[in-house]
Design a protein around this ligand. Structure first.
Ligand code: GLV
Ligand code: MN
Ligand code: MN
Length: 414
């Protein structure tokens, strides 16, 4: 269907060059580098004949009209922001595959019944404000005033951050789209696991996306002189944090064999005063729990604090937790999954079903209509790391499966 593998790969490479030079591959949301990536994409969207805009939630959207005026749009895309030092293909593949799909349709004069919207969602990865999926939450009407008040370390609020990327925090209500406002959403993404590569399978249709809950955990102790304070008099917040980290590891490992395993990660930590000669007085950590079972995921932090209560008391430290975010486990829609399987069949590509252990914008977009995701292989399952890698052929297969899926959905959906 006219998907050009070289043109697609060229976009992926061009975006990867837009990185913090001393820290490849880094293009964090709400930074000048992110805006540079956005400018590249906006130019490419326009060249593909798409009408572009940044919506109030900071999403870059390129639209091409369909032949049926009343039809809701088919949405395709992903995110162009990255985690620190990773994400050369995570998100970028889905945005560039969607762009290439629109470009191929325009070149071939393909007339779709539905409008097609290519979207680069704002800040899918956890931003410096502590929140992920900012743009897709906005589309779902779930970007709350509390979230807009979240601050990043330099003091900027998310409200200000939205304006920085061209969004409008005062017009979020208008940007939110309701139930049944899209015909479907399809996202191509690297698997971020090793199943497809190890089984030699070209594609996966995602069955469901794991739930993710995050908390800010604060361990309180007392800052003291590291030389003059005897061990018996210390309240070392970092030692308390270490106890929590170890116990979370043990609790999640104990559930590793479950049908719906829970994984837990303390991925961020900041201590004060953070000096070689001071006993840490406070440790601020981010805890994340992921699970297909929403109740277990939601209860994990309380269970952890309860399990550690005696140990923390013996260490003379306190611990409190505050929920940052909660995304429920999300099934992909049967009609989208069927279209993805049929598209792979059309192309003679092998395909299997797979659950997603990573979070995606599709979780929030599922409030708007049916969602589907196409996974491609990546090397050794590495992701959120500089080693993340895939081949031109894998990117090409993902993009042509997307284009086929859109054609099938366009024909099948109301
Ligand atoms: C998204 O990248 C996630 O954290 O799963
Ligand atoms: Mn990611
Ligand atoms: Mn991603």
């Amino acid at each position: 269907m006219g998907i050009d593998a070289d043109r697609l790969w060229n976009d992926i490479e061009a975006l990867s060059r837009i990185t913090e030079p001393d820290r490849p591959w880094t293009r964090r949301s709400f930074t000048p580098r992110f805006l540079e990536g956005r400018a590249y994409l906006e130019r490419a969207f326009r060249a593909a004949g798409l009408a572009t805009r940044i919506d109030a939630g900071g999403n870059l959207i390129g639209r091409r009209e369909g032949t049926e005026r009343a039809a809701s749009p088919i949405l395709i895309g992903s995110h162009s922001d990255t985690v620190p030092s990773g994400g050369r293909y995570d998100g970028v593949l889905g945005v560039t595959a969607a762009l290439e799909t629109a470009r191929a349709f325009a070149e071939a004069g393909v007339a779709l019944r539905h409008p097609l919207e290519v979207c680069d969602f704002l800040a899918e990865e956890p931003s410096e404000f502590g929140l992920s999926c900012v743009g897709s939450r906005a589309l779902a009407g779930e970007l709350t005033p509390d979230m807009l008040a979240m601050t990043r370390p330099d003091g900027m609020t998310l409200r200000e951050g939205l304006r920085y990327v061209g969004g409008d925090p005062d017009a979020l209500a208008a940007a939110a789209r309701g139930e049944n406002s899209i015909a479907a959403f399809v996202e191509v993404h690297i698997e971020q696991g090793r199943v497809l590569e190890s089984e030699g399978i070209a594609l996966a249709a995602v069955t469901d996306i794991v739930g993710i809950a995050r908390w800010r955990v604060t361990v309180g102790g007392r800052a003291d002189h590291a030389g003059a304070t005897p061990m018996a008099y210390r309240s070392d917040a970092l030692v308390g944090a270490a106890a929590l980290i170890r116990r979370a590891w043990e609790m999640a490992n104990a559930a590793a064999g479950d049908a719906r395993p829970l994984v837990a990660t303390f991925g961020q930590i900041a201590i004060t005063p953070n000096a070689a000669n001071a006993v840490p007085g406070e440790a601020a950590l981010t805890l994340e729990a992921r699970c297909g079972d929403e109740a277990r995921m939601a209860g994990f932090c309380d269970a952890l604090l309860a399990a550690c209560a005696d140990e923390l008391a013996a260490l003379r430290v306190s611990a409190r937790a505050e929920k940052i975010s909660h995304a429920a486990p999300t099934p992909c829609a049967a009609e989208a999954r069927a279209a993805i399987h049929a598209a792979a069949g059309d192309l003679g590509l092998s395909i299997r079903d797979l659950p997603s252990g990573a979070g995606h914008d599709a979780v929030w977009i599922s409030r708007l209509g049916p969602v589907g995701m196409i996974f491609t292989p990546c090397r050794e399952g590495r992701s959120h790391a500089p080693e993340e890698s895939m081949t031109r052929q894998e990117a090409y297969d993902g993009a042509r499966a997307l284009a086929r899926t859109v054609r099938r959905l366009d024909a099948a959906l109301a």
